[in-house]
Design a protein. Structure first.
Length: 340
């Protein structure tokens, strides 16, 4: 019996380190969550009628499935993939497994821009995602400019400290604006806790381009990303332009995170934990880490959104708060087990 268990453990250890194994697992979770999301809700659609509901406009559930549930699933998948890959990139840039998009001020910058639009441009509420996108990118530009100031290199420590300082200032601005103009921005609450409620084809179209571009570019620079895991002297010694690579990876992460935040608001946990799961399972090589993080992030957020809108039905929980509530304790346990 002991020999059989030992052999089984060896087989499992061999399988779990294969990227294809985890790709199949995440793909299965993503497809199952998507199918359930299309069928579950206030209007129940039997699984056997799902194809007809999607493809036949005359079907009584076609509008619900095609115009409400499908774009929400796609938005969740795009957001999850973008946040997970952005987290993987930033963890490499600053060589810190606890990094995520908030580190470069993306969340805070997007929040300031979105809140500004809600307060001072109420007639332009449809432009809120575009404002959030622009605010996130502007915040990253500020963080990188501060990290370069007075130095020839944007070291990981300078980026981290600059991001913390800029993020603190921007969140203070959010607090002041929310306090002073509380009556003008009630919709901002859903943005701050992260929610996919109300997302439609407009948000999907807006996010698809930036997310696809960011994922493709991240895939093409996996070798420089692997070299960034080395210390600066070693990476420079093998021909890597360290500053250029670090800034480029930061900009890619900002593009992905800003696109995600502009659609779903301040959703956390995905970019923090998914890349760490992949590294533990398959190792740090970015040729594996980037695509598996994208797939895992998409699957996680689609599954979390399904749970958030069905577990307490008819009340819909914000997916960002739902993920934080479940993910925070899990990550504390993970840290307790892995750190000395």
């Amino acid at each position: 019996m002991e020999a059989a268990l030992s052999n089984l453990a060896l087989v499992w250890d061999g399988w779990r380190r294969r990227p294809g194994f985890w790709a199949a697992i995440w793909t299965g979770i993503l497809l199952a969550a998507a199918a359930l999301s299309l069928t579950r809700g206030a209007v129940h659609v039997p699984l056997g009628e799902l194809g007809a509901a999607l493809l036949q406009p005359a079907h009584p559930s076609h509008a619900v499935v095609w115009d409400i549930r499908l774009p929400r699933i796609l938005a969740a998948g795009l957001t999850g993939a973008a946040l997970a890959v952005a987290g993987a990139l930033l963890q490499t840039v600053v060589r810190n497994p606890l990094a995520d998009s908030g580190l470069l001020g993306v969340n805070a910058g997007a929040g300031v821009a979105a809140l500004f639009g809600l307060i001072f441009l109420p007639a332009a509420v449809a432009a809120l995602p575009f404002l959030a996108f622009a605010g996130g990118l502007a915040a990253v530009a500020l963080v990188l400019a501060v990290s370069w100031a007075g130095s020839q290199t944007a070291s990981p420590l300078r980026i981290v400290l600059s991001g913390v300082a800029v993020q603190a200032i921007l969140f203070a601005a959010i607090g002041v604006l929310t306090f002073v103009f509380a009556d003008r921005a009630p919709a901002f609450v859903s943005f701050t806790v992260g929610s996919l409620n109300g997302t439609g084809w407009r948000e999907v179209r807006m996010a698809t381009g930036p997310v696809a571009l960011g994922l493709v570019l991240a895939w093409t620079v996996t070798r420089p990303l692997d070299l960034l895991l080395l210390d600066d002297d070693s990476a420079g010694g093998v021909g890597l332009a360290v500053r250029r690579a670090r800034v480029g990876a930061s900009c890619l992460a900002a593009l992905l995170a800003a696109a995600a935040v502009s659609v779903a608001g301040l959703v956390g946990f995905v970019g923090l934990v998914v890349p760490n799961w992949i590294r533990i399972a398959t190792g740090p090589a970015h040729r594996t880490l980037i695509p598996l993080s994208a797939l895992g992030g998409a699957a996680l957020l689609v599954l979390a959104d399904l749970a958030a809108r069905t577990l307490a039905a008819p009340v819909e929980l914000p997916v960002g708060a739902f993920l934080a509530f479940l993910g925070g304790p899990y990550f504390l346990v993970l840290l307790w087990r892995k750190l000395p």
